[in-house]
Structure formats: C-alpha cells, structure tokens
Design a protein around this ligand. Structure first.
Ligand code: ATP
Ligand code: MG
Length: 505
C-alpha cells in the first residue's frame, strides 16, 4: 500500500489551484503555472554551485536558462539531486562559445553540451520541440528530427522557441518542471506539480506516440515508479504491455545503460518487481524467462539486489558485472549441467574446458543482443563464473595460492557466499575459503594504505592544476590535448556514465 505524503518542500502549495491547473492541462494540452520558489521549502543549498554558475553565465549573455528535469523533481521531493540539467535557448555552438575551455558537444541522436568542472558535469540542452523538422535546407542541416518506420526517433535536434515547446517533448510531467534559480521561480506547463503532490507518473502527450518515438520511455516510467514509489497513471501504464516489444528495436548500448540505472542505483529490488509485473524483465534478460516462476531463482536475484541497494545507500559502488553475473548465473549453470549430461551420450566427448568456454560464449552472446556489455564487463562475468567452478572443485592437495592470488578471488568469494544462502551444500566451501578471504582482504587493505599517500598527492596536485586552469577532468590523467577524437569521445561517455551512476568518486 503506497502512502500518499506531500513532501516538506511542497507543503506551501495550494492543492486546489494545482488540481484546477491539471484539469486545464487535460483540456487544452498545456496550462501555465508559475510558483515562487521562495514560498516553498526548497533547499537551495542542495543546488550545485556549478549549475548555478552555468545558468547565470547563460543569462548574462542574454540567453534564457533554467534548471530542469530530475533535479527539480528531486528538490521538490526533499531529495538531494544527483545531477543537474540546464535548458536554454542557446544552441550547442553558442553554449560552447560561452564555456570555450571546459565544454564539449556530445550526442548525435540528441546533441547536448557537457560543461565540465573537474568531476562535475552539467548537461546543457537547447530547447527542443516536438514539431516536425523544418523543410528549409539551411535550417534542416542543424535541426533534424528523424524517425524510422515504426515512429522511433533516430535524431531529435529540432530546436524549440521556449520552455512550453521544450516541456512538451519531455517524458513525464514530473520531469518537465523548470526552475529559474536567479528569479527563484518554478514554471509548470503540464501539471507536473500536481502530479508530484499525488505521487503520480503521467506521460506528456499521447502515450502511444510518445512510446513509439522512444520505447525507452516505457522503462523510464517503470524506473521512476520503482525509484520514487510513485503510481503510474492508467493512461501511462495501459499501452506498455502492448508496445513493450518495441524495446527490442532500441540500440543494445542504450539498453545496457538503462539496465544499469534500473538495478544499480538504489532501487533494484523495486525495479525487479515492477519489470516482472509488466513482463519487461524477460525482454531485458530473455534467457531467464524459463526461471521466472522458480522461487529459488527469484529469491537469489532479489537478495543480491537488496544487498546492492544497501551498498548504494552506503555510497559504495555497484558494478555491472556482478549484477549480470547474478541474474544470468542460473542460466549459465543449468546450461553447463545439461551439456555435461549430454556429454555422456556422445561418442567423442568435448573436454570440460571447451565445454565451459562454449557455454560462457553462448550465454553472454545471447545477452549482448539486448544489452551491449563492454568487454571489461563480460570478461569479469566470465572470470567470476569460472572461479565459482574453481572454488567448488578444489582438491586438498592443490596450492590455494593459485586461487587466492587472482584479483577476482574476493568478488568470487562474495558471490559464493551469496549462492550458499540458497544452495546450502556450498557452506562447506564457504568455510574452507573464509580464512583465505580474510587474509586476502587484510593484504588488499595494506596495499591500499601503501598506495594512498602517493596517489592522493598526485591527485591533489592534478586537482590544483585543474582548478587553476579549469581544463577537463581526465581519465587516468591522460593529456587530453593529445588524444584522438575517438578516445575523447570514449572518455566523455565514461565520465557521463559514471556521473549518472554516482560512481565518479
Ligand atoms: P535521474 O534522477 O534518474 O537522473 P532524470 O529525470 O534526471 O532522472 P535523466 O535521464 O537525467 O533523468 O534525464 C533528464 C531529463 O531529460 C528528464 O528529467 C526528462 O525531462 C528528459 N528526458 C530524459 N530522457 C528522456 C526521454 N527518453 N524522453 C523524453 N525526455 C527525456
Ligand atoms: Mg538526471
């Protein structure tokens, strides 16, 4: 049972006028509502100084600029926003001119500018419009909105004139609120303020059209419901079951990022529940379909997700390889077992190393079709799974160092402990490896302590240098001036991803 509770910052709002405004939105498509942010209990200290700086700089250059999206939603809910997005009428090229030394245009489907302050990235987006692409040739070159046969947007760069147009191309009403942090005013054109007070996720515009343009919006609706404990309005929820198969047309790289957001950012348990309710989990992890009625499988995955949700709350990083290793473990182990059985009937059996290699390859290749796991992730999954076999087939006369010296040993032991909660016969292996695990942990802590002062000194020096020159934050301290465009793009992507996952620290 969900509890309807108006968060502290919203208590200054007049519910009746919000309700009337929402009724007008239903009737006319949009209705303007301006609320003085000073009347609300908003925590302006939670607004990033850098985001404020970007907005005020843009405004100083006579552009319109607002904070928008998740950060306003979270501020209104009394939560600390994890990232800040700025919406402006300046084009990406104009934004680049205002922040020449610390900004970069990224994206093709959706051009945006990253303004970079050390580890903080502020995303600046030019007002977009839902209108069809201009026919004028010159304008078309810069403003393109192209969709494929199914209506899915391949490019979405038609610039809008103002925040009304911009708000209409956003996904949900609660994500389409604008704050001018200088004037301290909030602008709402879609009844988002009312929906926040009612804990409702409501899609903007015609749900069929909006989901066809971008099927990821279906996953986003479920994600925000899981994350915020909000209901999904009937009109928003109804078409999902019918249209969910459109998700198969989304690029597997984008799906990888969406899956990470669903499961690694503190609400994995809730995401798992709602995705199964809408039959989308089996689209994301097709090989698990046959286990979705198996209580041991469900409890195993759920237990791991609850643990990683707790880790997130303690500001500990959650890694994608562990997530995938957990979700697909049952598939891998059952396939390996079945092939092993089949071996007995073969005239010329395959050796066990090849058998394992084949099953690893099959399971991960199938998954790659839906979510493009970077090679580092799939390699780590393979190591983790191989180590499960090693930890449970260890002979007493063997040297334990051959196992415990491997980097993946401690993660593999954690995984074994997790499995042991559901496969009690594994307890004897846990007991056997436990002392080695403790030893390895102490050793790793010592090594870390030895490394830290040197690394910290280097980091401090670099940070000071960066602060002075305000150049780009670099990955592994590479000199960005000398990097290829491809490498720069890779670094940008990695940074943006880590920032969105809260993994920057
Ligand atoms: P989170 O807290 O998870 O970052 P968010 O709402 O900030 O939530 P982002 O992915 O950072 O989500 O997107 C920022 C904003 O961009 C959203 O609030 C929404 O207004 C808009 N947006 C993002 N993805 C879409 C989409 N697929 N379709 C329409 N609008 C979108
Ligand atoms: Mg965000």
């Amino acid at each position: 049972m969900r509890i309807k509770k108006i968060s502290a910052p919203l208590q200054g709002l007049d519910l009746e006028s919000l309700k009337k405004n929402k009724a007008l939105v239903r009737k006319n498509g949009t209705a303007k509502l301006v609320v003085s942010a000073s009347d609300l209990n908003l925590d302006f200290n939670a607004v990033s100084e850098k985001a404020m700086k970007v907005v005020s700089q843009l405004q100083k250059h006579n552009f319109k600029a607002y904070l928008v999206g998740g950060c306003i939603r979270d501020l209104l809910l009394g939560k600390k926003p994890k990232d800040f997005d700025v919406s402006t009428d300046a084009t990406p090229e104009q934004v680049r001119k205002i922040f020449p030394s610390n900004s970069r245009i990224i994206g093709r489907r959706f051009k945006i500018v990253h303004v970079i302050f050390g580890r903080n990235i502020i995303e600046v987006t030019t007002f977009r419009s839902n209108k069809v692409a201009p026919t004028n040739k010159a304008e078309k070159k810069f403003s393109t909105r192209i969709s494929d046969n199914s209506g899915m947007l391949i490019r979405d760069n038609v610039y809008g004139k103002n925040i009304v147009e911009d708000s209409l191309r956003r996904d949900f009403t609660i994500n389409a609120l604008y704050l001018d942090p200088v004037k301290k005013e909030i602008y709402d054109y879609n009844g988002g303020l009312y929906d926040i007070t009612q804990n409702v996720i409501d899609i903007i515009g015609d749900p069929q059209v909006r989901y066809s343009e971008d099927p990821v919006r279906m996953i986003r609706a479920l994600r925000f419901s899981a994350k915020l404990n909000f209901k999904i309005s009937k009109r928003t929820a109804d078409p999902i079951k019918k249209l969910s198969s459109n998700l198969l047309d989304v690029s597997n790289a984008r799906m990888f990022e969406e899956v990470n957001k669903l499961f690694l950012t503190g609400h994995g348990h809730e995401s798992f529940d709602i995705l199964r309710k809408y039959h989308i989990f089996e689209l994301l992890f097709p090989a698990t379909k046959e286990f979705l009625d198996n209580q041991t499988f469900l409890q195993f995955v759920d237990y791991a997700l609850v643990s990683s949700d707790n880790r997130y709350k303690e500001n500990k990083p959650n890694m994608p390889h562990f997530l995938y290793a957990v979700i697909l473990w049952t598939v891998f182990s059952v396939q390996l077992y079945q092939l092993n059985q089949y071996q007995f009937s073969m005239v010329e059996p395959v050796d066990s190393a090849n058998l394992i290699k084949n099953v690893l390859h099959c399971v991960l290749n199938e998954q790659q079709k839906v979510t493009a796991m970077p090679m580092a992730v799939s390699d780590s999954i393979k190591s983790l799974w191989r180590m499960q076999l090693r930890l449970t087939s260890f002979e007493e006369e063997e040297n334990p160092n051959t196992v415990t010296d491997r980097n993946i040993f401690r993660a593999a032991f954690d995984f074994l402990c997790l499995r042991a909660k559901f496969e009690p016969f594994l307890e004897s292996y846990v007991n056997f490896w436990q002392p080695y695990y403790q030893k390895s942990k102490i050793q790793a802590m010592k090594m870390q302590a030895l490394k830290e002062p040197k690394g910290k000194k280097k980091r401090d020096k670099l940070e000071a240098k960066r602060g002075k020159k305000q150049t780009f934050a670099t990955e592994g301290f590479e000199d960005e001036k000398n990097l290829s465009a491809k490498r720069k793009a890779q670094l940008d992507k990695a940074r943006a991803w880590r920032a969105s996952m809260n993994l920057s620290s």
